[in-house]
Design a protein around this ligand. Structure first.
Ligand code: SAM
Length: 282
């Protein structure tokens, strides 16, 4: 009879504030046989804070092939393993995704646990549309690939989320402005930490700020998607606006106030409230 395999638990950890960890993640960290950690020093600090003693295996970008094999062998032999990243949710912009794929190939049970991830916090605090968004993680380091992706993203209607390191921030903001124009962006810095800061403004304003003061800490860049009216010109846009006005009338007939109806239709059609308001009064 085949012996029982262990389970791989995907355990999100705090992205700054040590209190942002769930009771369930703490329970799993106490109960597994071993913890695979991207940065063992960071994880030790967390475990010490919660009085947890557990063997750690280092698993990061530069040893992921050899250590990945060792972890899979342990899982096959019946050990339960918790995977934690440096911070946040394992598998999001870190080597965790390779281990997860290897575990899937070996038919190992994988248990994902909920918890913090920097991009979700940046998205919800941005004020941009959360209904449809695209998470790009880190842009490629190679100049050409970076340019190509930014070119593609310049036509993106959904809210765009990017991870960036402080020393590349200004260069990246300049490139985004070149490709996308002077869009509205949000820079979420040092989320959940003492120096947490949410900057809202245009790309030009962000550049002015960070050319003046050196960017420090960790950043998430959130970019507003292109608005329908900027993308569509002429006939097509006229038709969409006609439909939008009909929808406003319909909502008013069904009991909404004028401003409620305009707000709702603005979201549904991705057309600014002002534009709908002006047309409605023509
Ligand atoms: N797995 C992590 C997650 O779920 O968010 C992401 C790991 S990725 C290697 C690290 C990047 O996440 C940083 O360069 C930064 O862009 C973003 N990040 C992580 N912690 C952050 C924080 N406290 N505030 C802002 N951005 C953060």
């Amino acid at each position: 009879m085949e012996s029982k395999k262990g389970r791989l638990f995907l355990c999100p950890t705090p992205i700054g504030n040590l209190e942002d960890i769930t009771l369930r993640v703490l329970k799993v960290l106490k109960e597994v046989d071993v913890i695979a950690a991207e940065d063992t020093r960071v994880t030790k600090k967390l475990l010490n804070h919660y009085g947890i003693k557990k063997p750690l295996i280092s698993y990061h970008e530069h040893n992921k092939d050899s250590k990945g094999e060792e972890i899979i062998k342990r899982l096959i032999s019946g050990e339960d393993v918790a995977l934690v990243s440096d911070a946040g949710t394992p598998g999001i912009s870190d080597p965790g995704e390779d281990l997860i794929r290897a575990a899937i190939r070996e038919n190992i049970d994988i248990v994902p646990l909920p918890g913090p991830s920097a991009f979700i916090l940046a998205l919800i605090v941005s004020g941009f549309s959360t209904r449809r968004f695209v998470f790009e993680g880190f842009l490629p380091k190679k100049e050409k690939e970076r340019e190509k992706i930014l070119e593609e993203l310049s036509r993106e209607k959904r809210t765009i989320i990017i991870y960036e390191s402080p020393h590349r921030l200004v260069k990246t903001l300049r490139k985004i402005k070149d490709k996308m124009g002077n869009r509205n962006i949000v820079l979420a810095r040092e989320l959940t930490k003492f120096y947490e800061e949410i900057f809202r403004g245009s790309l030009e304003e962000a550049l002015a700020k960070y050319q003046e003061e050196e960017p420090r800490g960790e950043f998430v860049v959130v970019i507003e998607g292109i608005k329908q009216e900027e993308e569509l010109k002429g006939e097509a846009f006229f038709d969409i606006k006609k439909q939008a006005l009909e929808r406003v009338e319909e909502y008013i007939k069904n009991g909404m106030t004028k401003s409620q109806a305009i707000r709702r239709v603005s979201k549904e059609f991705n057309i600014s409230k002002n534009e709908i308001y002006n047309d409605f009064h023509k």
